[in-house]
Design a binder for this molecule. Structure first.
Ligand SMILES: Cc1cc2nc3c(=O)[nH]c(=O)nc-3n(C[C@H](O)[C@H](O)[C@H](O)COP(=O)(O)OP(=O)(O)OC[C@H]3O[C@@H](n4cnc5c(N)ncnc54)[C@H](O)[C@@H]3O)c2cc1C
Length: 306
């Protein structure tokens, strides 16, 4: 039986593996695809503390995986297809193609994916102008024209973040009113670099090898094209938590609700990283979550005393 089962081997899951193994727990990390998660797709990670020259995501995640394995964690290339919580203090059960495995504690670290616009060429132009994280990629658009699409707090915040770098920010929203908070709306409207393009949706992404123009369609049916070096898509994030629906408490968007110690409503089950209801989804916060969740799981097991 495992002391700690971690579902997902992104930065949160691997860091949890490192901390769990170092705490002396018999720890296994389950991964359905390839280890590293989203962080392994980052070409150059420039905002992780201590890496002044930046680091590529694949190198960082493969070093982290080695570190967790050297500490004693094992990595299993098995998707978890179901989680059955145990009765008070009893082991939980993970089900997958490899069968059923018992674990005295579990960390859910299944991550999230940014919601896409589902436009033709969106995938091809991702990383060539189309981006999903202003905190991550905003600095690439210094003194350029860049667009943001969306109407919630993330889109408004992204526009403000980008206005710190870009020469001009186009904020595109399909409705006439934003959903985001009034204070952010006020700041956006007062920012001279931000131009609002309301009542319009992005219909097509245009450009040879990189994004150069956006084709916008207004509510009255008219079309216009605007030049833009980048498009930040901020239309929501989808936590990968469908498996746990009805099992652990979540908000209406499917983000797992956690306490200060990252515990869920089920004793012995924790959540870490982008899958939970967190205010910042970054590599550094994923790592911090993984460390905290594994440390708290170890403390929980001590309270069980067997
Ligand atoms: C393009 C891009 C650029 C980014 N740039 C930056 C940046 O510059 N700086 C920064 O700090 N952050 C950046 N981020 C955000 C950062 O990468 C994420 O916040 C962080 O990596 C999330 O880590 P995580 O471990 O919570 O989840 P994830 O990385 O999403 O990992 C979750 C893992 O769980 C696995 N999994 C899911 N379900 C199951 C299951 N049922 N069974 C087994 N395994 C499962 C998945 O396959 C995945 O490997 C970027 C994100 C993207 C997409």
């Amino acid at each position: 039986m495992l002391d700690l089962a971690i579902i997902g081997s992104g930065v949160a899951g691997l860091t949890a593996g490192l901390y769990g193994a170092r705490a002396g727990l018999n720890t296994a990390i389950f991964e359905q695809l390839i280890p590293g998660g989203q962080a392994a797709t980052i070409l150059k990670l420039e905002n992780y503390p201590g890496f002044a020259a930046g680091v590529d995501g694949v190198t960082m995640m493969s070093d982290l995986m080695t570190q967790a394995m050297d500490a004693g964690a094992t990595l299993r290339y098995d998707p978890v297809e179901a989680l059955q919580p145990g009765e008070a203090g009893q082991p939980h059960r993970l089900l997958g193609p490899a069968g059923s495995i018992e674990a005295r504690s579990v960390i859910i670290a299944t991550g999230a994916s940014p919601r896409k616009l589902d436009l033709p060429r969106e995938e091809e132009l991702t990383g060539r102008g189309v981006c999903y994280c202003a905190t991550c990629d905003g600095a690439l658009f210094r003194n350029r024209t860049v667009a943001v699409v969306g109407g919630g707090d993330t889109a408004l915040t992204d526009a403000l973040v980008l206005a710190g770098f870009a020469e001009k920010v186009l904020l595109i929203h399909r409705r006439e009113e934003f959903r985001g908070s009034p204070i952010l709306q006020k700041r956006v409207r007062e920012n001279e670099k931000i131009q609002l393009l309301l009542g319009r949706r992005v219909e097509a992404l245009l450009g040879e090898n990189k994004l150069e123009q956006l084709l916008l369609r207004a509510q009255d049916g008219s079309a216009e094209s605007v030049a833009s070096d980048g498009l930040f898509v901020a239309v929501g994030i989808e936590p990968r938590t469908q498996l746990f629906r009805g099992l652990v408490e979540m908000d209406s968007a499917g983000r797992i609700l956690t306490q200060r110690d990252l515990s869920t409503n089920i004793p012995g089950i924790y959540a870490a990283g982008d899958c939970r209801d967190t205010l910042l989804r970054q590599v550094v916060t994923g790592a911090a979550d993984g460390a905290l969740a594994a440390t708290m799981a170890a403390e929980y097991l001590l309270t069980l005393g067997n």
